[in-house]
Design a binder for this molecule. Structure first.
Ligand code: PRP
Ligand code: URA
Ligand code: MG
Length: 207
């Protein structure tokens, strides 16, 4: 599986704000939006473009646009904090929604929303979820996308555990990973260590 860890001083300082337990909900959401901008920027770097004529006030020149904007798929709740910024960068993108909540005892994702186009063949998809911990939620999301024909998926995550990266790679799904960090591991509650806590709670409060 191709993976890219975005290694940049500005990304690292935003990640530090997310990690800091003193950051309140508003500060966390603000830093997540700004870091998402950098992750999406890098995720799009190799995207195919098409050229077209554009007239400046002076002459006709060659313009560029994305050949095919990706479908953005935030995984609720935590992915909601990434979608507005991703959409601002790629305004032509359409948006689908997946809702999953990890069971706190079994750590298995429980699906509660699947709002996606019926046919995803030929359409690039960006899955937005800040946390890749065990990888269970991401693999379940990929199952939904691949069953609709998706063959070109990018998982855009803020923090990953090595276990989640391995699970994603072993899933066999057509996915690449763009992230800001791969942390040391998981604790007994399957939280990423050092991580940033519960990315849903830190944006919206406890559920
Ligand atoms: O890799 P995993 O072990 O599956 O864990 C990662 C999942 O956990 C978090 O969601 P959570 O279930 O806490 O829901 P929330 O976004 O509503 O808080 C996170 O946003 C991922 O979706
Ligand atoms: O560290 C973790 C693991 C799962 N979900 C989160 O929000 N954080
Ligand atoms: Mg949560």
């Amino acid at each position: 599986m191709d993976s890219l860890v975005v290694d940049h001083p500005l990304a690292a300082s935003l990640l530090t704000i997310l990690r800091d337990e003193r950051s309140d909900n508003a500060a966390f959401r603000h830093a997540l939006r700004r870091l998402t901008q950098m992750l999406i920027y890098e995720a799009v770097r190799e995207a195919p473009v098409e050229q077209f004529d554009v007239r400046t006030p002076v002459a006709v020149t060659t313009g560029v646009r994305l050949k095919q904007p990706p479908l953005l798929v935030p995984v609720l709740r935590a992915g909601l904090g990434m979608v507005e910024q991703a959409h601002a960068l790629i305004p032509q993108a359409q948006v689908g929604f997946v809702g999953l909540a990890r069971d706190e005892e079994t750590f298995e994702p429980v699906p509660y929303l699947e709002s996606l186009p019926g046919d995803l063949s030929g359409l690039p998809v960006f899955v937005l979820d800040p946390m890749l911990a065990t990888g269970g939620s991401m693999v379940q999301t990929l199952d939904m996308l691949v069953s609709r024909g998706a063959t070109d998926i990018t998982a855009v995550c803020v923090v990953c555990a090595p276990q989640g990266v391995e699970t994603l790679a072993a899933s066999g799904h057509p996915v690449r990973l763009v992230t800001a960090a791969i942390d040391a591991g998981l604790n007994d509650a399957k939280y990423i260590v050092p991580g940033l806590g519960d990315a849903g709670d830190r944006q919206f409060g406890p559920r």
